[in-house]
Design a protein around this ligand. Structure first.
Ligand code: MN
Length: 241
């Protein structure tokens, strides 16, 4: 399984769809704009194990701001939402107000729609993201993708029962390991974040998202097969309403 991949952005996307669909029981293909969501879900429609999430990536909020109405009006017909969120890194300072408007309205509409599974970007903005989630407590099930916030925000997110999707770069970094050991096992899910996340220059593939399991086995001190059972149970729980 893979809970956060930009499957439409792999250079060879069409040629890997069969393998993704056959290897993974579940793949969440996030999109970066509502138009991309419409186009991608058409192309991926024959693949029952691949779900396409409606998104507007915080890093391109300025370029895609004119798609905000389309984004909000599509939430009622979208089963999954992502990639949405806030990026607080200096590079995106200039768009922070627009980012906050978009994220707040997306989460509000998720609540109005009865709740959604939402894959969320929170780089250098964990506190802001969590404040919005707190404002709309019935927005659904947030998955904090590649979380890199501080320990106090981590605790708040755990109290709110947010899920955390982790990739190989996260589970093999000192900071990531420190965070993961503080997260209850039942809130962890695997992700690739490919093709952006790479290992030795190669994009992490959706069927490699579960390669975080050996690292989790070490961190948790439990056998590999138990790790896999836990992650599968976590997915079942996420998808149950
Ligand atoms: Mn991403």
């Amino acid at each position: 399984m893979d809970l956060h991949t930009h499957l439409d952005l792999y250079p060879n996307a069409l040629t890997i769809l069969d393998k993704v669909n056959n290897t993974n029981r579940f793949t969440l293909a996030v999109t970066t704009s509502p138009r991309a969501w419409f186009a991608t879900k058409k192309v991926f429609s024959g693949y029952s194990n691949i779900k396409v999430a409606l998104g507007l990536h915080p890093e391109i909020v300025v370029q895609k701001f004119n798609e905000l109405d389309l984004l909000l009006s599509s939430i009622p017909i979208a089963e999954f939402i992502g990639e949405v969120g806030i990026d607080g890194s200096p590079k995106h300072d200039i768009s922070i107000t627009k980012q906050e408007v978009v994220f707040d309205s997306v989460i509000r509409e998720c609540q109005n729609a009865g709740g959604r599974i939402i894959s969320i970007h929170s780089r250098e903005a964990a506190s802001k993201v969590l404040a919005v989630l707190k404002k709309y407590p019935d927005s659904g099930k947030p998955i904090l993708h590649w979380f890199s916030g501080g320990i106090s925000d981590l605790k708040i997110a755990i109290d709110m029962q947010c899920y955390f999707s982790a990739n190989q770069l996260m589970v093999n970094s000192i900071k990531g390991k420190n965070l993961i050991t503080k997260i209850p096992k039942h809130l962890i899910l695997p992700e690739s974040d490919g093709p952006f996340a790479t290992l030795k220059g190669n994009p992490i593939m959706p069927w490699e998202a579960m390669d975080i399991c050996p690292a989790l086995s070490d961190l948790w001190g439990i056998p590999l097969n138990e790790v896999k059972i836990i992650l599968n149970n976590n997915l079942d729980e996420l998808l149950s309403c």
